[in-house]
Design a protein around this ligand. Structure first.
Ligand SMILES: NC(=O)c1ccc[n+]([C@@H]2O[C@H](COP(=O)([O-])OP(=O)(O)OC[C@H]3O[C@@H](n4cnc5c(N)ncnc54)[C@H](O)[C@@H]3O)[C@@H](O)[C@H]2O)c1
Ligand SMILES: [Zn+2]
Length: 365
């Protein structure tokens, strides 16, 4: 069945200038046997996923041979790709190799970068196992590596030929990682407009309880919204940029806290801060910002970091390293009323510092 993404859809296509690709929902896990039988498959699995599922649902694949991948932001580097490339080039299938990648966003970034550069590009299939990867990163085709502690400075655009989504993987995620995925789900639904946002608010209790139907619906809904933003702007020139809502402050927060805050939770804090700036600039009603804060941001925030003066200053410095920055000011995406997003390039350091000063209050219930 091919249908548009939404409840009940079994698969949908994402158009891409490079090559269109397919997202398939496979709740029963039939993909495992198929991959295990594929002689050309060079399979890389997140080490933690392998520990949890390797002797259970992923057993046929494990038996056929997989490479366990240790994941952390510190290891999302060129060196790790080189290590994988070394293994891959010893693999018999060589140029006909089919790279199969199973894991979260870090696994996706590392293996996607490998897929795009190995022999100038090999076929690959990606199976996201975190909520963040299922609902957000698995489409869009971006791969990224960190460089000298700075997030995602190296990268390519190289979508897998197929994404296979089995939402039951979320059952074993830590609460912090699950909430991290919900941060991106909230972001996408806000950008999806008032109706999508209202739907999410209704589903949030079930979603927080990881109810299967709610997870499936939120993943499909998020991907449908993201697809809309990326299809006509694959190379990140305009509209796609708006998906960076929450990420301007968010990435900087990740950097300055040494990645102690999971990505999506940093994004949630980034949305709180972007809203604070938007309110100050008169782009967003204080009441709507507070609604979002109470109904959407705080429920999906597990960590409530406090920043000292040194960290706050370092955070603003980190924002200057934002690779999307073009002018003298700092870049910021804000979501106005009904999620109508705008990007500015003239955020002043003083403005950023004022928003950061308000953070402790914004984090209070
Ligand atoms: N390429 C893109 O378009 C894109 C988009 C958004 C984010 N990202 C990147 O993705 C990364 C974050 O991704 P993430 O949150 O998936 O992190 P992750 O890949 O580090 O996974 C988080 C943790 O969950 C573990 N894990 C994975 N699946 C599990 C499962 N089913 N059960 C239990 N544990 C499991 C992992 O081992 C890891 O410890 C960041 O580096 C971010 O920059 C990339
Ligand atoms: Zn993100």
């Amino acid at each position: 069945v091919t249908a548009s993404a939404g409840d009940g859809a079994q698969s949908f296509r994402v158009r891409s200038r490079a090559r269109g690709y397919e997202v398939v929902f496979d709740d029963a896990g039939a993909w495992v046997e198929r991959v295990a039988r594929e002689a050309q498959a060079f399979t890389v699995v997140d080490e933690n996923v392998l520990r949890l599922y390797g002797e259970g649902p992923l057993r046929p694949m494990t038996a056929a041979g997989v490479v366990p991948l240790p994941v952390s932001e510190e290891r999302k580097t060129f060196d790790s790709v080189a290590g994988l490339a070394d293994l891959a080039t010893r693999f018999a299938a060589k140029r006909n190799v089919l790279l199969v990648s199973v894991g979260g966003g870090i696994t996706q970034d590392l293996t996607g970068f490998l897929a795009s550069t190995l022999y100038r590009g090999v076929r690959w299939i990606y199976v996201p196992t975190t909520l963040l990867a299922m609902a957000d990163s698995c489409i869009g085709g971006k791969t990224s590596l960190n460089l000298e502690g700075h997030k995602n400075l190296l990268g390519t655009i190289y979508p897998p030929e197929r994404v296979i989504v089995q939402t039951s993987f979320v059952e074993t995620l830590s609460e912090d990682d699950y909430l991290s995925g919900l941060g991106e789900v909230v972001k996408l639904h806000l950008l999806g407009g008032a109706r999508a946002t209202a739907r999410l608010r209704e589903e949030l209790p079930a979603l927080l309880g990881r109810k299967a139907g709610a997870v499936r619906g939120a993943v499909a809904g998020s991907l449908a919204i993201k697809r809309d933003y990326i299809e006509d702007d694959e190379f990140d020139r305009g509209r796609r940029n708006l998906l960076n809502f929450g990420h301007c402050f968010g990435h900087a927060l990740e950097t300055t806290t040494g990645f102690a805050i999971p990505h999506g939770q940093a994004v949630t804090i980034g949305m709180l801060l972007a809203d604070a700036v938007a309110v100050e600039r008169g782009l967003l009603d204080a009441a709507e910002a507070d609604e979002r804060r109470r109904a959407l941001y705080l429920p999906v925030l597990g960590l409530r970091p406090s920043l000292d003066a040194g960290q706050t200053a370092a955070l603003v410095t980190a924002m200057k390293y934002d690779k999307k920055r073009v002018g003298e000011g700092l870049a910021l995406v804000m979501a106005g009323p009904g999620g109508d997003a705008v990007r500015v390039d003239d955020l002043g350091e003083d403005e950023a510092l004022r928003a950061l000063g308000r953070l402790p209050g914004l984090l209070q219930r």
